[in-house]
Design a protein around this ligand. Sequence first.
Ligand SMILES: *Cc1c(COP(=O)(O)O)cnc(C)c1O
Length: 393
Amino acid sequence: MTQSALKPQISMTPESIPFIDLKAQQLHLKDQIDRAIQRVLDHGLYIMGPEVSQLESRLSSYTGARHTITCANGTDALLLVLRARHIGPGDAIFVPSFTFVATAEVVSLVGATPVFVDILPDTFNMCPKSLEQAIAAAKKEGLTPKGVIPVDLFGLPADYTTIHQVAEHHTLWVMADGAQSFGAGYKGTKVGKLANVTTTSFFPAKPLGAYGDGGAIFTDDEELTVLLKSIRVHGQGHDRYHHINIGLNSRLDTFQAAILLQKLSIFDKELEDRQRIACRYNEALEGVVEIPQCYEETQSAWAQYTIKLPTSISREVLIVDLKECGIPTMVYYPIPLHHQPAYTHFPRATGNAPLPISEAMSQRVLSLPMHPYLTSALQDQIIESFLTCLKRA
Ligand SMILES: *Cc1c(COP(=O)(O)O)cnc(C)c1O
């Protein structure tokens, strides 16, 4: 008998609750997905097969964007747009510090300078006031401000109304990083239509996830679309061996497109379920911890359910305790980007001073299991364990 089997306290706890249950979704769609994969095997058009353009037109109808350009992943989606906009050395691109690294990474990859902007404490999204400061800071460093990349963190759209006002005042373009917010919306307008260009990711754990990597760009801009389609395939011109741009290879796999088409057919139902699960968490946790803020007329895609713990709580102790109860949690994100070793030398809105909200939030956030297949019984168990463990932390 193993050591752990002797510990009654552990053997009595649930086996393991998944943080995101992709298996449950797969079972639900099994026949549809099997048939879709078989169709690709039958036609054999593995690269840019018919499913890719089918998916692009479905995604355009879904978001309302005139054009959808699929690509290899959500990071490339951002990169392709920066390449199409000829962003390079000397250019400043404004990104939040509290996000996944990809948002800033692509800026440095094209040789431009990411300038870190602080976030709002209630929504975790880019702070327009901090953006103003960052623009001034970039100019002081001799950089040319070119664009802003707000992120819809955890699925909630950023404050595009105010960010657009700031951007217009300084003649900057706005590219929405909607990697976490596909399906979300504001006043009835879907993500994909809230900015001139929006990117998303189909990484398996994102709201609309593939069975591998994938990404897309949404825009109404015809000229940009033509350029992006060329850059996506080695800068292709009138045929495969004619190159008019310096591009890369960033196509979406036909298999992934076929799988995404099936998943898209049940996506709205999944969004409703995520919303319902978020509401149940809110009801149980309100007043105990700071629950996610939802603005009126803003619909989150609930990629994550992220709370703010009271500062008196030891997050480390709580996480370990919850884990022993079989409850997985995640910290998105433990280190803001301006403190990441590879990014400390880039400018920030506050000069050398801290970005206080990003730093404070990275210490206090905790994400709980969130996916459309979380049953009420399991969720109740998570909530009960959470409330018990919180008292001990
Ligand atoms: C996931 C993510 C990306 C990158 O997407 P990939 O498909 O993994 O390359 C970019 N930005 C944000 C905010 C993300 O969460």
